[in-house]
Write a protein that binds this ligand. Sequence first.
Ligand SMILES: [Zn+2]
Length: 124
Amino acid sequence: MNVCPHCHSNHCLPLWRKLCLGPAGSTRCRVCGLKIAIVAGKAWPVMLAGLAAILSMVVLAGFSEFIAAADLRRWLALFAAVLLACIALYAVRVPLRVDELSNADLVARGRAEVAARKRAGAGG
Ligand SMILES: [Zn+2]
């Protein structure tokens, strides 16, 4: 699901960048340089499910003795598991979409510009 909708590259952005990309944000593909965003309709359910899970765990911890000292480690492990599950869902189930119009020529030009910038950066 990390495939660039412009150039179809699999490595168009790092996972942390995708996770930081909210439904209203956009960024540039690191292969072709064209603007991409996430599909908000697929991102909201994952974000809301994660938020609901975290909130319910916090409420559960606040209203019961669930988070007593002996259970703290178990509670933290459950919290981490829920967080990791949401991150994995977001990474795998939320696809990327185009955020500017492109065609084969623009993709080819963008790829060449990014490659030239990388060469210039590597050369100093
Ligand atoms: Zn791309």
